[in-house]
Design a protein around this ligand. Structure first.
Ligand code: GLY
Ligand code: MN
Ligand code: MN
Length: 453
């Protein structure tokens, strides 16, 4: 997480809203993400926990946020102490003073004082909110505090009796993006679009997938952004491997290149996929598959409106894709029956989108009870249909299917080695869906024109 784009007042507003929904007699505990060792004394680049960051903006490991609605000091931050020697080696720390001055803590303490300070705060509180079951060490620590509080029962102290998963309150808040978050997401999307344009303009037959990956990261890093997930840079048959991340093959004349790469800016993800021909010109088959995926994507985006539910874009994409596959002769039979039997899954095996925000697959339930969640302004979803026909790809044989016999035959070779996904980030508004990633071209002519330059 780099530049701090969300103002302090926004973090304070979120804490207030959460505490109002927690109610009195409660306490929320949020640990920072641990720093994860990579090997010996080297650690992976640090990434703060999204829930913790959403409420504090505090970027350091070894910290705990405590929210106590109605208390004289409602927001406490436990953090690493200042330490001149450690800071010379490993970098600056906010320390308790910085936690109060820069991050809005009403009071801050060193982690070493956690037990001493926290235990009395849990006494006579009814409910504890925290994310249970994600971090065994933290679960154990919380249970330790609760047991120590219970041990004081004979002195008249009441221990918390109710434990509530914090995400029930917090994740619906994260699902509905505030204007300040949408501004950062727009910028994260803009950077990722520029990276995809750079990849299109650089790509030539004979280059390696990792060289294109380097172009993408060049753009991310030149804006102070990082990546929101490891980039997929997949040429030719690799484009049919959904989570391909080896990125180490040569790019061949006549193949497609599928790039799924998103930036992370101040904790907010973008998630874009573009597919284009390595040599800058779509072949007839590539173009037919591509235009079909694009039509499915446009049909799906059109469903991202208040009042429509989360699965409507997927339904729209599946129908368009299935109709197109029948027209191209790649799927045999009746569209409704093919959809019912899910035969499109031979070429389209994933779903059409997911929530997007601080996490690339963001928090928020997809269903409320039995029903799909209905879109509301401020929600952001990806829309990412695709078709994948690998070398040796098979489909139900049309002739035998008419006789009621399910027999697989290989797809004609001219359709093989073509994997196409087109992915955009779409904001639900009161009116038209807003495509945050529109600056990365996706019309065939626009892609070919950009690649000619
Ligand atoms: N890049 C991950 C996804 O598209 O869901
Ligand atoms: Mn995605
Ligand atoms: Mn993606």
């Amino acid at each position: 997480m780099l530049a701090r784009a969300i103002p302090s007042a926004v973090f304070a507003r979120r804490r207030r809203a959460l505490m109002e929904s927690m109610g009195p007699d409660s306490v929320a505990l949020l640990p920072a993400a641990p720093s994860v060792p990579r090997n010996r004394d080297i650690h992976y680049p640090y990434r703060q926990d999204s829930d913790f960051y959403y409420l504090t903006g505090f970027p350091e490991p070894e910290a705990l946020a405590v929210l106590i609605p109605g208390a004289e000091q409602e927001f406490l931050l436990f953090c690493r102490d200042r330490d001149p020697q450690m800071e010379i080696w490993h970098g600056r720390r906010a320390g308790t003073q910085g936690a109060m001055e820069r991050y809005g803590a009403a009071n801050a303490y060193p982690m070493a004082d956690l037990d001493k300070i926290l235990l009395p705060l849990l006494e006579n509180r009814e409910r504890v909110f925290y994310a249970m079951g994600y971090c065994p060490d933290f679960d154990q620590q919380v249970m330790g505090w609760i047991n120590q509080t219970r041990a004081k029962a004979r002195t008249g102290v009441r221990a918390p009796a109710t434990f509530i998963a914090l995400e029930h309150l917090l994740h619906p808040m994260r699902l509905r993006k505030e204007p300040e978050e949408i501004a950062v997401m727009r910028e994260s999307a803009r950077i990722a679009c520029e990276a995809h344009c750079r990849a299109m303009q650089t790509c030539r037959p004979g280059m390696m997938e990792y060289q294109i990956e380097a172009e993408i990261f060049h753009t991310f890093m030149s804006y102070g952004a990082g990546w929101s997930y490891p980039a997929i840079v997949a040429g030719g048959d690799n484009s049919c491997i959904l989570h391909y991340t080896e990125n180490n093959a040569e790019l061949h004349d006549g193949d497609v290149l599928l790039i799924d790469a998103g930036a992370e800016l101040d904790g907010y993800a973008s998630d874009i996929t573009r597919t284009f021909p390595v040599n800058g010109r779509f072949s007839g088959e590539q173009r037919a598959i591509y235009e079909l995926v694009l039509a499915a994507q446009q049909a799906a985006i059109d469903q991202v409106r208040p009042g429509r539910h989360f699965n409507e874009p997927h339904d729209a994409a599946v129908r368009t894709l299935t109709e197109g596959l029948v027209t191209l002769g790649l799927l045999p039979g009746d569209v409704d029956e093919l959809i019912k039997a899910e035969q499109y899954k031979a070429f389209y095996m994933h779903r059409t989108g997911h929530w997007l925000g601080m996490d690339v697959h963001d928090v928020g339930d997809y269903k409320t009870g039995e029903d799909w969640r209905v879109f509301e302004p401020g929600m952001v979803t990806t829309i990412e249909p695709g078709l994948y026909i690998p070398v040796g790809g098979k489909v139900i044989d049309a002739g035998w299917a008419r006789l009621g016999i399910q027999l697989e035959t290989e797809v004609d070779e001219r359709w093989q080695r073509i994997g196409v996904r087109i992915e955009d980030d779409v904001l639900v508004t009161a009116g038209e869906p807003e495509v945050l990633t529109a600056a990365a071209p996706k019309a065939v002519d626009d892609i070919e024109a950009l690649m000619r330059r």
